[in-house]
Design a binder for this molecule. Structure first.
Ligand code: AMP
Length: 535
């Protein structure tokens, strides 16, 4: 017997139309590439998204077509999220920080029909245009006054495209399982792989982002996503904010400490989200000036492990940190750290140790850890194994690719991370499977070693890698960058490990360098580090 409830499809335009109707005067503020601040409301955004939808139809785009974007966090990019998916097409965010060869591969693999680009990336695209045979045209996300002269074929101006278009649009009723957005993972080996999100997965994920034990966005909050819209849809924030009528503050290309703190202050930002490398810069700036954004209440930290020293620094400023873990393949939210009745009652040191874990699954995500034979391991905080996930917003395969081992077990996706899980379901990521240091049969977590180095007062950033060793298989080596003006010798940093980790985990060597290589999404580039310092 079927229930007698309305069968309303979960589709992306409904998020924005809801905000326009019930949170109509809530603002979206963007620092633009052109310079000035742009501000309007969800009513204005919905109006322009409908105009854009009409314009996209005018370009001959429709269901199943893929539209690429190379753009920062800004209002026009959000309009594209809604209009492209809204007409039944697929919004493909391309990470402009990738190598040119990867960008070319991604655009061609996805067969993007049009590319929408911020002015910043016009030169980059000019260099590639003749290698992109499937792209019919380029749209520069600016107005006529700022249109540069360009060699891009059939270059259109975004504002001219919208001008004169009706601001009404009947969003087609698409199947909630149809494709809505596409994002490629920036793997360190092989070609990037496409993750194809559906309307349904995106809407469900948006609701989960809003859970009280997740980002807890409200109509009183102002959220500034530092995490780029080309990295897993800025962790779903442009879809989640309208659900709660949360103000959106978009930093555009201005991601340095001074720009972020000043925008946070003027726009009353209460919550922000990004990877640890971004927070290193922000914290350094706050320390220098002695001023923290006055309304900032919580910072979501994910993408790489949050070092204890970073958590302490934020807490010292009265800013709550929310540690979260996920992946492009998971839309991205998997687990998030929020205290429970039980953990809140723990003594301070134990509470802090729990807060450093990556967190517990949100409703919608199930997790397990398995050993090398694929057997389930207990949730005892000690056993560690490959972390597998299952749920509403987790990919079941890669776009236009044969199944890969990660999807071998039906219903489970192998994340490539090694983790422990405690009895309450708190996950502690030990490492990426590929980065864990295997020494004499013991596994050493590179994350744990990095956290110790960063706690040294002179160290700004550190990476732990395994160096091949005849006797032990691998031995840990630390590559560290010092804080500006600080001094410490390699031997001092090595001595700092004594008593903080097991004797066998102490690094064999510390190498002090000027800077560390990062991936296009701000993570430490371990393959390159091993090449440079692992010999
Ligand atoms: P990406 O798909 O680029 O977002 O990368 C996902 C990977 O980043 C995960 O599989 C983890 O290895 C790593 N990661 C994400 N969040 C965290 C975290 N909070 N702590 C440790 N590693 C993380």
């Amino acid at each position: 017997m079927l229930g007698q409830m309305m069968n309303v499809p979960l589709v992306i335009p409904s998020l924005l139309e809801f905000a326009a109707k019930y949170h109509g005067d809530c603002e979206i503020v963007s620092k633009t590439v052109e310079g000035p601040i742009h501000r309007y409301t969800y009513v204005g955004m919905a109006r322009r998204a409908r105009q854009l939808a009409n314009a996209l139809r005018g370009l001959g785009l429709g269901e199943g077509d893929i539209v690429g974007t190379l753009a920062w966090n800004g209002y026009r990019h959000v309009e594209l999220y809604y209009a492209v998916s809204g007409i039944g097409a697929v919004c493909h965010t391309v990470n402009p920080r990738l190598f040119v060869e990867q960008i070319t591969y991604i655009i061609n693999h996805a067969e993007d029909r049009y590319i929408f680009t911020d002015l910043t990336f016009v030169k980059l695209l000019e260099g590639l245009a003749d290698k992109l045979p499937k792209v019919r045209g380029f749209v520069l996300m600016t107005d006529r006054a700022h249109m540069p002269s360009t060699t891009l074929p059939k270059a259109l101006c975004y504002e001219e495209l919208l001008a004169g278009q009706p601001d009404t649009f009947d969003w087609p009723v698409v199947d909630e399982n149809s494709a809505a957005a596409l994002c490629y993972t920036s793997g360190t080996t092989g070609n990037p792989r496409g993750v194809l999100y559906s309307h349904r997965s995106t809407v469900l994920h948006s609701m989960a982002v809003n859970f009280a034990d997740a980002f807890a966005l409200t109509a009183r909050d102002a959220m500034l996503p530092v995490v780029p819209m080309f990295h897993v849809n800025a962790w779903g924030i442009p879809y989640a904010a309208p659900v709660s009528g949360c103000k959106l503050v978009m930093p555009g290309p201005h991601l340095d400490g001074p720009s972020l703190t000043s925008l946070m202050e003027t726009e009353g930002v209460t919550i922000t989200a990004g990877v640890p490398t971004v927070w290193l810069n922000l914290l350094a700036h706050i320390k220098e000036t002695g001023k923290r954004p006055s309304k900032l209440d919580r910072v979501v930290i994910g993408g790489s492990a949050c070092p204890p020293a970073m958590m302490e620094a934020f807490e010292g400023l009265g800013i709550r940190t929310i540690h979260a873990w996920g992946m492009t393949e998971m839309s991205p939210l998997g687990v998030i750290n929020s205290p429970t009745r039980k953990t809140e009652a723990l003594p301070a040191a134990e509470r802090a140790a729990v807060a450093l874990k990556q967190g517990r699954p949100l409703f919608g995500v199930d997790i397990k850890i398995v050993d090398a034979a694929g057997e389930d391991l207990p949730f005892d905080a000690v056993s560690f194994g490959s972390l597998k996930v299952h749920g509403y917003w987790i990919c079941s395969g890669y776009f236009r690719q044969d199944p890969v081992p990660a999807h071998e077990e039906p219903g489970w996706f192998d994340t490539g991370d090694v983790a422990t899980i405690d009895a309450e379901g708190f996950v502690k990521i030990v490492d990426r499977t590929k980065d864990v240091i295997k020494s004499g049969g013991e596994w050493i977590s590179s994350i744990d070693l990095e956290n110790v180095a960063i706690a040294h007062p002179a160290v700004r950033e550190a990476a732990a890698i395994g160096r091949p060793d005849e006797k032990w298989g691998e031995r840990p080596v630390i590559v560290a960058v010092l804080k500006p003006g600080a001094s410490a010798t390699a031997e001092e940093i090595r001595a700092f490990y004594r008593g903080k980790v097991g004797k066998w985990c102490e690094p064999d060597a510390v190498i002090i360098v000027e800077s560390l290589p990062h991936t296009a999404t701000g993570k430490l580039l371990k393959t390159e580090l091993r090449r440079l310092y692992g010999g």
